[in-house]
Design a protein around this ligand. Structure first.
Ligand code: PLP
Length: 390
């Protein structure tokens, strides 16, 4: 293993986390330790207060108005499953972007077996959705549009505000997967006319694994069936799920160490530091894209610029084994990347990279220009020496 580690896999999970994440988790595990909504003693109240503050912080980050309508889940996959399976009924028709992750496609295909139909909104070869096509695809039974905000394969950011406007005009539910953008790119429940926004804590929000959730438009609470039912610490005499938020969608003991950590992550970032982080990450992305142009055998997948893109870059190496390239990057230079389909086969079909997949580099706040240059030099050497596929 190389001595130094250059972590370029932030799209999988961000690393390292801000110190405040560890501090808050240690605080919970060593000093608080109590469950919420279940104990009538000081440490339980303390945990409840922090959870309330976290709910408020997340709600205001995403332009929600009332923090009761923010529910926590284990990750964005759980949140998307709850939203998709809770809101859609047999007979409904849905439009999805052509860049979806399996966190959307797998629950949707489960529902397709039970009478929900869906169509994919076309995108160009860089994964940019063509929203004008969406309007002509609407049917009387179309109920929702689901879109990722940014592709985890090539970083392309989708026109959520334009989709929101379309959904507002046609009275459709817009559900957004913010896995690759939450806390980095602006997202606003009300201004973008979102019905629901699903987030994960451990990627761009910089929190620990096992945290996530969703914001829900208040008028949808009644019609959304809870996927998970169980104890909430509230109205315990009832053997039915509560009809109020957030309890309706928060059955079971929450991941309190993780939620404390997520609170630490939000504390560590001001609005200003968020936009500075995005600017820095996109600067590195631009430097990397520029350097890639000079490397023979590299085929860039997705946009060539940093307009409407997250700091995620995918490439292929002509006639070269990507898995071997990733292994060399790690073993010789300590560069950690991801190779394959990144759980998004639909996106790869759109980009023309299915089934081979791509080699993905994703930048984070702690990465530097020097690391980016080391990565470019390493790629240059790999492309010069990597055997041609038989
Ligand atoms: C766009 C997108 N959606 C959903 C997910 C699933 O995230 P999680 O595993 O945190 O639920 C990912 C993770 O890679 C992603 O990139």
């Amino acid at each position: 293993m190389a001595a130094n580690r250059i972590y370029l896999d932030h799209a999988a999970t961000s690393f390292p986390k801000p110190a405040a994440v560890t501090e808050r988790m240690v605080q919970y595990l060593t000093k608080v330790g109590s469950n919420v909504n279940r104990g009538v003693y000081g440490s339980a109240f303390e945990a409840e207060e922090l959870l309330y503050s976290l709910r408020q912080a997340v709600t205001s980050l995403f332009g929600g108005t009332d923090c009761r309508y923010t529910a926590f889940t284990a990750n964005v996959t759980t949140a998307l499953n709850m939203l998709i399976k809770g809101l859609l009924r047999p007979g409904d028709h849905v439009l999805v972007s052509a860049m979806e992750h399996n966190a959307v496609m797998r629950p949707l295909n489960q529902l397709a077996d039970r009478g929900v139909r869906y169509d994919v909104i076309p995108a160009d070869s860089c994964g940019n959705m063509l929203p004008e096509e969406a309007e002509s695809m609407l049917r009387p039974e179309t109920r929702a549009v689901i879109s990722t905000h940014a592709s985890n394969v090539c970083g392309t950011v989708q026109p959520i505000a334009a989709l929101g406007e379309l959904c507002r005009r046609h009275d459709l539910l817009l559900i957004v997967d913010s896995a690759q953008t939450a806390g980095l790119f602006p997202l606003h429940m009300e201004e973008m006319h979102l019905a629901a926004l699903a987030f994960t804590g451990h990627k761009t929000l910089l929190g620990p694994q096992g945290t996530g959730g969703f914001l829900l438009r208040p008028d949808l609470v009644g019609e959304m069936e809870p996927l998970i039912a169980g104890g909430t610490g509230s109205i315990s005499h009832l053997e039915r799920m509560p009809d109020f938020m957030p309890d309706r969608f928060e059955a079971g003991t929450p991941n309190m160490p993780g939620l404390y950590g997520l609170y630490g992550a939000l504390e560590a970032r001001s609005e200003q530091s968020r936009s500075a982080a995005l600017a820095h990450e996109l600067e590195l992305t631009a430097r990397f894209l520029e350097g890639l142009r000079a490397i023979p055998r590299i085929r860039l997948v997705g946009r060539e610029d940093t307009i409407s893109r997250a700091p995620v870059v995918s490439v292929q190496i002509r006639e070269g084994e990507l898995a071997e390239a990733a292994r060399l990057l790690d073993s010789r230079w300590g560069i950690q990347t991801r190779v394959g389909l990144h759980c998004a086969p639909l996106a790869h079909r759109t980009l023309g990279t299915y089934p081979q997949g791509t080699l993905r580099f994703s930048f984070g706040e702690g990465n530097t220009a020097e690391e980016t240059d080391v990565c470019l030099e390493a790629l240059e050497e790999i492309c010069r020496t990597l055997p041609l596929r038989p």
